[in-house]
Write a protein that binds this ligand. Structure first.
Ligand code: CP3
Length: 318
């Protein structure tokens, strides 16, 4: 999950000031940051240090990531004319630093590296709103008020995500995760009509690579079946839905990922341990379970707590 490294003093020591996009643009640094949580926690996979807005920023849409805020867009997407500001991604030319980071990390790791991209809805929400939103009002207004522009936008973003993910796999990523973090803002009917077809294009476009495909969002309890139908092999679940219930919703041939509430990691250790074990028990009902938090690590989390959570998952505490 995002921000696994943010709680680490070694991350803060090397991260530097300014936009995270500058740090992502330096492969040696980005590789070191990717490896830090693996070294510290002994987790079973690494997630690439990058961000979901990297491809749209790289093609010049005018996106940055403001520290403490998140993605911000100087001139948000308003109408059909803005489609001209989006062009196809040429990963080797537009994001060579991402590919170099993947190569360095894949060469050093003895666990899998998970590459990732932002899903069309979540990236579109930043382009349209211009900054993080609670209501997604402008995004929904465009979606429903001008469906043909909306579909063109999400199809274009699907092509960007697909090109980026394929290039990460070629460079050495051994699994990929599509983050539709804010899809939970939508009703199932709207998700199915306005979002699912674009996300499905991405999963279908990855099928020939043979790598495991993960799909994640927050507050997506009512969407889990549809998100599975988009074509993922593993469906991420936040803490709102128990994993045994989630397993029923995603169907018999999919694994689930999750779902310890990151806030629990701020509670006393006996609470953290009990809730970790409860997640493991519920996850055992699914055909596969990737233990994870239900969303990103809070920066104030004590790294020692996360280390002990990993040990419990690995069965090191009886
Ligand atoms: O933990 C990691 O370092 C993994 C790499 C990673 C980042 N972003 C780095 C990052 C990943 C997988 C992401 C994905 C991402 N980015 C998502 C999807 C995952 C999720 O959490 O739902 C989203 C929605 C974004 C957009 C974004 N980028 C937000 C909302 C923020 C937070 C702004 C803040 O400071 O609170 C960012 C910035 C960001 N991206 C940080 C990190 C480690 C924060 C710290 C920093 O700028 O150094």
């Amino acid at each position: 999950m995002r921000q696994a490294g943010r709680s680490l003093p070694e991350y803060r020591a090397v991260r530097g000031e300014g936009s995270i996009l500058d740090a992502i643009g330096k492969p040696e640094l980005a590789a070191e940051i990717t490896l830090q949580p693996v070294r510290r926690y002994g987790v079973d996979a690494a997630i690439l240090y990058s961000d979901i807005v990297v491809p749209v920023a790289a093609i010049g849409f005018g996106v940055d990531v403001a520290p403490g805020v998140g993605p911000v867009v100087a001139e948000p997407f308003h109408s059909k004319d803005d489609l001209r500001r989006l062009r196809p991604l040429e990963p080797a030319i537009d994001t060579p630093y991402v590919l170099e980071t993947v190569r360095i990390v894949a060469g050093e790791l003895d666990v899998p590296l998970i590459g990732f991209a932002g899903a069309p809805f979540t990236v579109a929400s930043y382009l349209v709103e211009g900054r993080p939103s609670r209501t997604y009002a402008k995004t929904k207004a465009l979606m429903k008020g001008d469906p043909s522009t909306w579909h063109a936008l999400v199809d274009t973003l699907a092509e960007l995500a697909l090109a980026s993910l394929r290039s990460q796999i070629e460079a050495g990523a051994s699994a990929v995760q599509l983050f539709d973090s804010w899809a939970g803002a939508l009703s199932p009917a709207d998700y199915e009509r306005y979002v699912l077809p674009a996300s499905r294009r991405i999963f279908e476009g990855l099928a020939d690579t043979g790598v495991p495909r993960l799909h994640f969002g927050v507050g997506t309890g009512e969407l889990l079946g549809l998100m599975a139908a988009a074509g993922a092999d593993v469906v991420g679940v936040d803490w709102r839905v128990p994993l045994d219930v989630a397993a029923q919703r995603v169907g018999p041939d999919k694994a689930v990922q999750g779902n310890l509430d990151p806030a629990v990691c701020l509670a006393p250790w006996d609470v953290v341990e009990a809730e970790t074990r409860a997640v493991l028990r519920a996850g055992a009902a699914a055909p596969g379970h990737v233990f994870n938090l239900g969303h990103g690590v809070f920066p104030e989390t004590d790294p020692d707590v996360l280390k002990r959570v990993v040990e419990v998952v690995h069965g090191e505490h009886g």
